[in-house]
Ligand binder design. Structure first.
Ligand code: ADP
Ligand code: MG
Length: 725
């Protein structure tokens, strides 16, 4: 039987032997076309032109593009590449590529390796097979991918991958990268202006991102016995194991040999691709792990995370593992997230969210700190929408994950600082007041951090000393979306801040620092409702948050609606990040994805219940019936007392089978009803509130059967076997 064969196969596995290819520092970015490689392969003219594009967004002209392409080709061939591809991130959330060979025949008996500026800069792509939300007619199936020089090309396997954006024929974004780049430009502009209040030398501000990727590893043979894991990426049935994570012995525990071999192999691949992986450890749940790199400029970090997820799957396959990125693969076991650590860095080498030694620099820190809090307060529902997906719904609000309510945790010490600032008198400050403020409030901030160890794991958006950590992002998500939203809302807030401060200064009564204090004080008051230091998982917080007017969108269809609010459209249009048409298209795509996800899961749970669970239960039922018949033959009239357990079991099993059948039928009927609805919005509603609830009911009865039916007969690999492998 499949399950026992898989267990046997798994039992025989040994760790794959890994050969270390030299010192790790020497591997780093070997397969990336970074600055050193560019210098070596490019003409000075081409090099300067690309550096200008990277640093200042200047255009690269067509003639120079040819030189760049030639250099890239020569470098890639020197790394063993035979093909090239534009590498992009369509709205499916994964990555897409279309490989072309460098090879090109010239005449009958001669060929060259060809790659010109035209092929580098822009490519036509069949966009009809990617989600486009009606922006493109499918018969007019042309979209363009265009080179993003700010993210370096890399060689993976034998292919030169060129990071690109993906846009429709009419110019609308069809990917995650295009609006992200626009949001990063917006925050660069807005933050630079504000940073220049404090230091005139600042000319550029970069958003930084350090993600932490959580994932599960399951033995390949075992995973293959479970159609739910293979297709949906999560288990739709399965009784909890007797020993789960109750003992909390997995976190930071010893990493098992097979997993360690996987991690080492993965780290080598990552280093070659320039992904600066640094930490690895076990997570809370059995078979759950985490990988985190050193932070990078946000666009590059997003690309690296997308690439990483692909590499992880490929390496896992070599090690006979399946890697699960689903946010909640197992009921009753911790889910996976992808914390997004975010900050802002100036070209003068300052982290704008790090407290510093001088009062003036700390006023700068407070400005960015408070503006971020205010932005999160104003746009909390939009931030929630940015992490909404059918898969993340199972994690957000479940009792180990950040809740669906957005709030900001800053710790006791900074709360005190903000409380003091709130008490600053409005208008002009006396010299004494100023000194007091600068020395005793603002000036004290760096000391606070020496003993600031306060961490609140239940907060979805926490300040962690020199960055904010957005924890509600799902492990499966492309971080491009939450990063796009976060940077856009903070950019908008900084822009407004600048305007308010400038207005106060122009009125002539207040000096710059007084004006800044005045605006910040108001921001602290206005955004108080978003600050929460307590237990984010508690029922009391749900009540309190509702009183504060914070949204609590528990499902994706509900959360997504926020993207089309007047506030959202005005924001994205003002910041030049997304147009109304693009927002509407994205809304439709996201709903469609939601519906498809639930629909597929519904089909799978129906199939498993009918084809695995029920037939197995019936088989066992038949042996029980045979047994009772036998007892009757032997004991005739006395048999009922003797066979009472079996008879009871027969009744119970029959009842579970009956309920499963009727629930599966009702679920299928509801699906039919949903599918006949004309709008995606209505369909998503029905799938969310009328199809999805059947899962729990079916599961309840199937899991009961798992406990009753003879283990020898059960076809699906059990939780206790999937873990501790
Ligand atoms: P922790 O104690 O939570 O592990 P670390 O300082 O080690 O905190 O950082 C955790 C994550 O935060 C890492 O992925 C790291 O790359 C990222 N990180 C650190 N500093 C920044 C920053 N300035 N901007 C963005 N991410 C950062
Ligand atoms: Mg973290």
């Amino acid at each position: 039987m499949l399950r026992f064969n898989a267990l046997k196969e798994m039992g025989k596995r040994t760790p794959v032997a890994i050969t270390e290819n030299g010192k790790r520092s020497e591997l780093f970015a070997q397969n990336v076309f970074h600055e050193a490689a560019m210098r070596q392969f490019m003409t000075p003219e081409a090099f300067n032109s690309v550096m200008g594009a990277i640093r200042y967004g200047t255009k690269i002209d067509r003639r120079v593009a040819d030189q760049v392409a030639t250099a890239m080709r020569d470098w890639a061939i020197s790394k063993g590449a035979t093909h090239y591809t534009h590498w992009f991130q369509p709205l499916t959330g994964s990555t897409a590529e279309k490989h072309d060979a460098f090879f090109e025949p010239v005449g009958r008996d001669r060929a060259i390796e060809r790659f010109g500026g035209g092929q580098l800069v822009q490519q036509e792509s069949d966009a009809s097979s990617f989600p486009n939300g009606g922006i493109r007619n499918t018969f007019e199936a042309r979209g363009y991918t265009a080179w993003d020089p700010t993210s370096p090309p890399f060689v993976y396997g034998t292919t030169l991958c060129i990071p690109t954006i993906f846009i429709s024929y009419t110019g609308e974004a069809l990917d995650n990268k295009t609006p992200l780049l626009k949001a990063l430009t917006a925050i660069d502009e807005a933050a630079t202006e504000v940073a220049r209040y404090f230091d005139k030398n600042v000319n550029k501000v970069t958003a930084t991102l350090g993600w932490e990727q959580e994932y599960f590893l399951i033995d390949k043979a075992l995973a293959r016995t479970r159609p739910d894991l293979m297709i949906a990426g999560r288990t739709l049935l399965g009784h909890q194991a007797a020993k789960g994570q109750q003992l909390d012995d997995h976190y930071f525990g010893a990493i098992p040999g097979r997993v360690l071999a996987y991690m080492r192999d993965l780290e080598q691949e990552c280093l070659l691709l320039g992904i600066p992986v640094k930490t690895r450890h076990n997570e809370v749940a059995p078979n759950q792990f985490e990988l985190a790199p050193i932070f990078e400029e946000a666009n590059l970090a997003v690309d690296q995370n997308s690439l990483l997820m692909d590499v992880m799957k490929k390496v896992a396959d070599r090690h006979d593992f399946v890697v699960l990125f689903h946010e909640k693969p197992f009921a009753g076991v911790n889910g996976s997230g992808k914390h997004n650590n975010w900050s802002l860095a100036t070209d003068t080498g300052v982290n704008l969210l790090a407290p510093s030694k001088t009062p003036m620099k700390n006023l700068q820190f407070l400005t960015f700190f408070i503006c971020t809090i205010k932005a999160v307060h104003t746009y909390e529902a939009l931030l929630r929408a940015a992490v909404a997906s059918a898969t993340n719904d199972h994690r957000l609000g479940a009792n180990e994950a950040p809740p669906a309510i957005m709030s900001v945790f800053i710790g006791e010490q900074l709360t005190k600082v903000l409380d003091e600032l709130e008490g600053v008198p409005s208008g002009k400050l006396s010299p004494e007041e100023k000194t007091e403020l600068k020395l005793n409030v603002v000036g004290k901030i760096p000391d606070l951090f020496l003993d600031n160890t306060d961490r609140n794991r239940t907060s979805p958006f926490a300040f962690t000393g020199n960055k904010f950590e957005f924890r509600a992002v799902g492990s499966r998500a492309n971080c491009g979306k939450p990063m796009m939203v976060l940077n856009t809302i903070v950019a908008k807030q900084l822009r407004d801040f600048k305007q308010e401060v400038d207005t106060l200064i122009e009125q002539g009564t207040l000096k710059k620092d007084e004006a800044i204090f005045n605006v910040l004080r108001e921001y602290i008051k206005q955004s108080k409702a978003i600050r929460f230091e307590g237990d984010g998982y508690s029922k009391a917080w749900e009540k309190e948050a509702a009183k504060r007017g914070l949204s609590n969108h528990k499902t994706t269809p509900e959360a997504l609606r926020e993207n089309l609010s007047d506030q959202a459209i005005a924001l994205f249009e003002e910041m030049g990040v997304l147009s109304r048409v693009e927002l509407e298209a994205r809304y439709e795509i996201a709903l469609e994805e939601y519906v498809k996800t639930v629909q597929i899961e519904s089909r799978i749970i129906g199939d498993i219940a009918r084809n695995h669970v029920v037939p197995t239960a019936v088989r066992y039922l038949n042996t029980l019936i045979e047994n009772v018949k036998g007892l009757k033959e032997i004991f005739s009239s006395n048999y009922e007392a003797i066979a009472s357990e079996q008879i009871e079991l027969i009744k119970r099993i029959s009842e579970h089978i009956r309920v499963i059948h009727s629930k599966v039928n009702a679920m299928i009927e509801m699906r039919k009803h949903a599918n006949a609805l004309s709008s995606f919005e209505q369909r998503a509603e029905v799938y969310c509130h009328q199809v999805l609830p059947f899962f729990e009911e079916i599961r309840y009865h199937a899991d009961k059967l798992e406990l009753m039916v003879d283990d020898e007969l059960w076809t699906l690999t059990k939780y206790r076997e999937l873990f501790f492998s």
